[in-house]
Design a protein around this ligand. Sequence first.
Ligand code: ADP
Length: 261
Amino acid sequence: SEAIQMIANPVNREHRVVGAVILLMNETEKVEREQLRREFSANVSHELKTPLTSISGFAEIIQDGLVKEEDIKKFAGRIYNEAQRLITLVEDTIKVSQLDEGENPYEWEKLDAYTIVKDVCGRLREVAEKKNVHLYIDGGKTMLTTVHPILDEVIYNLCDNGIKYNKEDGTVSIHLRDLGENVEIRVKDNGIGIPGEDQSRVFERFYRVDKSHSKAIGGTGLGLSIVKHGVTFLGGTLKMVSEIGKGTEITMTFPKERKAV
Ligand code: ADP
């Protein structure tokens, strides 16, 4: 309201310069946000276009009778996979922007992190078994005040990556530790690792290391962006250590009690 007053009547104000600085900062922030929003829309459009082009192309050649009877099932499978990719992309995009806007339709509750980790592992068991990756939980009951769907999503994305970017017979372990005021959750894998120059960038929206390799694995490049936003939302911290060929370790700490905002 002070800023608005400044615009309305700048000359009569004694601390006009101070007012102008506040206005400038608001303007810069607005411009930056606008720029991010534009970049994000451009990225989303590009990411949506690729699977849509495939779906449309496959459907067209089937319609034109260019696919042999015995191959139709295979093509339907490809259309299905591309459509699933689109669904995930749209869902992820909604999640990122909700967190970005500070929207939170969920409740803060006192919960046991171990229960959430166990549940996530249960949901990922089948994917892990398919790749022959072993999941371990280290630690026990660890209570904290948190938002269930957000913490769940963060842990899920990290474990999912740990499995996806792993090798045959690899492991993903989740460690829970009570640090007194904080709770530490660490997700460690002995998979392919992330090159040094990419480590800070993987948290950006749509950023994927080695596009061709990542493409074969599948994903939207939004998983770690959701993790970063989620951890920030929950008032936590995040640290990544990774080495090519050795694996990746992501350590998060969350305050046990919700800090007053
Ligand atoms: P997605 O998995 O959908 O591509 P993410 O945002 O989760 O998107 O990850 C971004 C990129 O970071 C991935 O494409 C992958 O190249 C790399 N990455 C993420 N987690 C790991 C991991 N645990 N090990 C190796 N590489 C990883």
